[in-house]
Design a protein around this ligand. Structure first.
Ligand code: SAM
Length: 288
């Protein structure tokens, strides 16, 4: 099977199978060898690694990963790609393809069954229309994962990296940084894909923490506070939290809790870092 990481061979496979690219599935196929090598190198695959690939497309990344690891399970929603994948991956006995929406797959069950519950590596050129639910799902459900190395929209990669005081800072930044250490591997221009996406891209690697960087008694409460703060970004934290439908703290309770941890009652949520959100969650829990 020819190397797929270029324009000619990708076009040839698409034409041979009379495949029509589906915008609705965020299909932008990688055609740049240099970028492919960067993603694979960043994933640091070893022969013990079990890889889950989300959205293999025509198998361009899968082909490169299979020789480097123990097994690749590739999850692809588009049934029209399944016969193509059977052909492009036919020489690998350590690859299987699941024709499913990744958001509906029981990944925990899959990892328990196929890898004895041991941590896997996730590698993907993600469909951009569902980047956040995929990343949040992987992190929040606490399935055993070592690293997540993914191509995402550049702006989303930036949101994962930043701290308080920047416009990109938000719920995604805090969630990612609570569960993992983000690192931007490379920025990727539009001409590295067919068709070209409308936005710039970046490869980001999230190395999952064994222990979160801050201690908090009730994680769910902390993330509700985060959502309350960024739902109404321009409001003070006191108003944001006391107005939030999923919480029932009064203004007074929030003001007292802020006072207790030495933060002004006029502060906005966007000024708080992860540690402060954890302290606030503990203080509010104590006030119940
Ligand atoms: N990995 C290929 C590459 O790099 O050329 C394709 C990447 S393309 C950006 C995203 C892929 O994800 C497509 O193959 C698309 O069909 C697939 N996809 C979209 N939504 C999906 C979902 N909900 N579950 C699984 N795969 C999905």
């Amino acid at each position: 099977m020819p190397d797929l990481g270029n324009f000619q061979s990708t076009q040839a496979v698409i034409a041979k199978h009379n495949f029509s690219i589906q915008k609705k599935y965020g299909q932008n196929f990688l055609i740049d060898e240099h970028v492919l090598n960067k993603i694979i190198a960043a994933a640091e695959l070893t022969e013990d690694d079990y890889v889950i690939e989300i959205g293999p497309g025509i198998g361009t990344m899968t082909q490169r990963m299979a020789p480097l690891c123990k097994h690749v399970t590739a999850i692809e929603i588009d049934k029209e790609l399944i016969p193509i994948l059977s052909e492009t991956l036919s020489e690998f006995s350590n690859v299987d393809v699941i024709n499913e929406d990744v958001l509906k797959v029981d990944l925990k069950g899959l990892i328990d069954e196929r890898n004895d519950g041991r941590p896997v590596k996730v590698v993907a050129n993600l469909p951009y229309y569902i980047t956040t639910p995929i990343i949040m799902g992987l992190l929040e459900t606490k399935i055993p994962i070592k690293t997540i190395t993914v191509m995402v929209q550049k702006e989303v990669a930036d949101r994962m990296m930043v701290g308080p005081g920047t416009k990109d800072y938000g719920a995604l930044s805090l969630a990612v940084q609570y569960y993992a250490e983000p690192y931007i591997v490379a920025n990727v221009p539009q001409n590295c894909f067919i068709p070209r996406p409308n936005v710039g891209s970046a490869v980001i690697r999230l190395t999952c923490h064994e222990e979160p960087p801050v201690k908090v008694k009730d994680e769910k409460l902390m993330f509700k506070l985060v959502r309350a703060s960024f739902n109404q970004r321009r409001k003070t934290l006191v108003n944001g939290i006391s107005n939030f439908s999923e919480l029932s703290y009064t203004k007074e309770q929030v003001t007292d809790a802020l006072d207790k941890i030495g933060i002004s009652e006029n502060i906005r949520g966007e000024a708080l870092n992860l540690e402060k959100f954890a302290l606030l969650a503990d203080a509010l829990l104590e006030s119940e």
